[in-house]
Design a protein around this ligand. Structure first.
Ligand SMILES: [Ca+2]
Ligand SMILES: [Ca+2]
Length: 332
């Protein structure tokens, strides 16, 4: 065990009399000592830790710091502290980030998730026990080291207002490793750590809910745009459809435009959506103006009472207020 620091303490005063770095075979030696009572304090290099059996010869102050029992030396006497078993500690690390496009992967340019925290759990006698808690750093990273072999899981706490991003069980590398749960607390599947192993891929992605809306109007001049003075259209039935990975569609919510022509879906999980609008009797969908989408109709022009927007992505925290519905009086 090379690279450990051994310090010789005088028991009476607690003073450090000498120190030495251990060599490749772990050996160190203090000589020319007066008779007296001594202890040796051993500080392991970062990442290593004492094996459980080391407690037979050492008082363990923490995973990497130990102190021998008192050694009493008579004149000319030599003492051998004996072998101290050491393990190469395993490490667990990862990044918490905001998954802006909600694909479950940590993509270049996506920001760190400040305010998230990681709790490392270790299974002992069939129970999960906390090894430690770390807030993520400025770049969203966290790291636990000097870990014994065993079964672990990382539990994440997201900042308030965040949800867990999509979880792809087969996603290797830079994917969120937390199965989807409601709320702000979730944890990885249990995993094994071997001696000295480094798991660097225990990432977590957070997302913020979004909004879809918000306006239906009567396009009196038929130019496909919301012009000043054109009235709102009340009573349009609007359904929000979630477009799933396999292309199938599920209705998430529905509502009706109010007297101001407004509708709104809030608290939405980011993802791929589509809006289906059904007009009141006597109306048809007006012309499309994809060149000015902010004030145009999102529903294709047509004569039927029902129409659907194109699929659109609702990004993390995004408000999409331009899913508007333009109607003209049927027969005009
Ligand atoms: Ca992403
Ligand atoms: Ca118009």
């Amino acid at each position: 065990m090379a690279g450990a620091l051994a310090e010789l303490l005088e028991v009476a005063t607690g003073e450090v009399l000498a120190s030495a770095q251990t060599l490749n075979d772990g050996a160190y030696q203090f000589d020319q000592l007066r008779p007296g009572a001594y202890q040796v304090r051993i500080d392991l290099p970062e990442g290593d830790l004492f094996a459980p059996q080391a407690a037979e010869g050492l008082d363990l102050l923490d995973a990497r710091l130990g102190r021998t029992k008192t050694i009493r030396l008579a004149m000319g006497e030599e003492a051998d502290v004996g072998q101290i078993p050491v393990l190469h500690g395993a490490t667990v690390s990862g990044v918490a980030w905001e998954d802006a496009d909600v694909n479950g992967r940590f993509d270049p340019g996506e920001p760190p998730l400040q305010g998230a925290a990681a709790t490392l759990l270790r299974q002992e006698d069939g129970e999960w026990k906390s090894v430690g808690v770390l807030p993520v750093d400025e770049s969203g990273g966290y790291r636990f080291d000097s870990l014994r072999p065993g079964t672990y899981s990382v539990r994440f706490t997201l900042p308030s207002g965040y949800l867990f991003t999509d979880y792809l069980p087969d996603g290797q590398g830079r994917y969120s490793k937390v199965p989807l749960v409601d709320g702000q607390v979730g944890q990885t599947e249990p995993f094994q750590l071997a001696m000295g192993q480094a798991r660097t891929d225990l990432h977590v992605g957070g997302i913020r809910p979004g909004l879809v809306g918000d306006y239906a109007w009567i396009d009196e001049n038929g130019n496909g745009l919301q012009d000043f003075g054109e009235p709102p259209l009340m009573g349009v039935h609007v359904a929000l459809l979630s477009v799933l990975a396999d292309g199938s569609v599920a209705e998430v919510a529905s509502t009706t435009t109010d007297e101001y022509g407004l509708y709104r879906f809030t608290g939405l999980r980011p993802g791929l959506y589509r809006v289906r609008a059904t007009l009141p009797l006597g109306y048809a969908f007006t012309a499309n103006r994809p060149d000015i989408p902010e004030i145009a109709s999102a529903i294709p022009e047509g004569t039927g009472p029902s129409g659907e927007s194109e699929d659109f992505v609702l990004r993390s925290g995004q408000s999409r207020r331009n899913i508007d519905i333009g109607a003209r009086r049927a027969g005009q």
